[in-house]
Design a protein around this ligand. Structure first.
Ligand code: EPZ
Length: 420
């Protein structure tokens, strides 16, 4: 099992190019199942989650070619059953459900398991597909969805106890593309990745309005053509590097970002005294503060503070003098990074999905365990500012969602290496 050894204390500077969005690429790759036409996707990051999705598409019968950041998909025929051994590896594969149902009138996908950030139900997805006229059966760990008489437009609310559902909105939007009549999704997720998916679908001939807001209107069409699309930059990777700059940066410039997707994080970092300068809408400059201030954040659906940046902010606050508070409302259990940060000397108390963080002068290196994608990134950030060399186990979590994170940090001056 590969480990990452991170030597703390080296200040970071220089330019880093942000990759395409993982969370935009995954549903857009799934959406290529909706058309027989050739789809050319650019700026798709090379990481294990997108590789899994490419494998799923191939197993379903699509022709897929990948050359550096470009993926070309031709789904001339599509099976209706997603392969369990692949689906179980990545929860996001549930987003093939909508396109397979729309294309074939039926779909069989293994029920995604939970993960360390909490139970990952898909009740809202299934309720949305039923509202379009599908029949859903959950049996033996599989979800079978059939629509023998086709799908019909409906008005559907996709919000649940923890706000809206991103992939649920994607699934219903993709299933509705060929539905007869008009579908209105209320309580839709407004994340930029949903808007990027809709932009791709419209480029193929779909008729979707309102994506990126809480109300999306889809006019059913007969079929879709092929097309081309450039995936938006990864706002969570960008945020992770902004926090790296706040932790130990002396002038980091992020290129290929979409500044408007980063506003909630930017305002928190500015409030805490860090120097964030917008060079232009695709370039941001970050310098750490000499006198950082504690802060309070609460995760919310977009455009609120993203849950996918919560762990990284904890890694910043552990060395920020004073008391900072981090409230998690989307995945209340999403604190697997906390016990690992405490092994490094952090002073954090967890209470009712709130992390109360008392800043200490400096953490010290320790062997720590990566547990999920963003918690792992938080451990890397903490290690960059810690004394000594931190050993981070289960590196595969990082490789799932970040394109060459260690190489990009090395290019900024960080001293780290992979090893056994
Ligand atoms: C997407 O997951 C992202 N993943 C997650 O990023 C992100 O944390 C999450 O949205 C929230 O922003 C991808 O886009 C691939 P949800 P998704 O459905 O769509 C509850 C990362 O680190 N819920 O928006 O699966 C759910 O339990 C990953 O890149 C239901 O109750 O998340 C959660 O509490 C981690 N019923 C809340 O809604 C449902 O049917 C939001 O989940 C669906 C979700």
């Amino acid at each position: 099992m590969e480990k990452l050894y991170v030597e703390g204390g080296t200040r970071l500077s220089g330019n880093v190019r942000i990759s395409g969005s993982k969370n935009s690429s995954l549903p857009i790759l799934a959406a290529t199942l909706l058309t027989e036409g050739e789809c050319v996707l650019r700026n798709v990051p090379d990481l294990s989650d997108t590789n899994y999705m490419v494998q799923i598409l191939s197993t379903l019968g699509a022709d897929v070619e990948r050359a550096s950041g470009n993926v070309v998909v031709s789904a001339k025929k599509v099976a209706s059953m997603a392969p369990y051994d692949l689906v179980r590896k990545m929860r996001a594969s549930v987003c093939v459900l909508g396109p397979m149902l729309a294309r074939n009138g039926e779909a069989l996908v293994s029920l995604p398991g939970g993960c360390v950030i909490g139970d990952r139900p898909i009740d809202l997805h299934l309720r949305g597909l039923e509202a379009l006229g599908a029949e859903v059966e959950v049996k033996g760990g599989d979800i079978k969805v059939v629509a023998p008489s086709g799908l019909r437009g409906a008005t559907i609310n996709m919000s649940g106890q923890y706000g809206s559902t991103v992939l649920g909105t994607d699934n219903v939007m993709m299933a509705a593309v060929f539905a007869e009549g008009v579908t209105i999704i209320e309580g839709a997720a407004a994340e930029p990745e949903v808007a990027d998916l809709a932009k791709f679908l419209n480029s193929l001939g779909a008729r979707i309005e309102g994506a990126g807001t809480s109300k999306i209107v889809i006019q059913g069409v007969e079929d879709l053509s092929g097309g081309e699309h450039v995936v938006i930059p990864d706002r969570i990777e960008a945020g992770t590097f902004m926090v790296a700059g706040a932790v130990i940066g002396d002038g980091i410039t992020l290129e290929n970002v979409c500044f408007e997707h980063l506003e909630s994080l930017t305002s928190v970092l500015l409030e805490s005294g860090h120097d964030i300068r917008v060079v232009d809408e695709n370039k941001i400059h970050v310098d750490s503060s000499k006198d950082p201030k504690p802060n309070e954040i609460t995760t919310e659906p977009y455009p609120g503070f993203p849950t996918d940046m919560q762990a990284q902010m904890c890694a910043l606050f552990v060395n920020t003098p004073g008391i900072s508070m981090v409230k998690e409302t989307i995945f209340p259990m999403r604190f697997m990074h906390v016990p690992e940060l405490k092994r490094m000397g952090a002073n954090i108390t967890l209470k009712d999905s709130m992390a109360i963080i008392r800043g200490v002068d400096q953490l010290s290196a320790a062997p720590v365990m990566a547990s999920d994608l963003r918690a792992s990134a938080a451990l890397v950030l903490a290690a960059l500012g810690a004394e000594g060399t931190t050993e981070i186990n289960r590196l595969y979590h990082i490789d799932r969602g970040y394109e060459h994170l260690d190489r990009k940090l090395e290019a900024l001056g960080a001293r780290l290496r992979r090893g056994k």
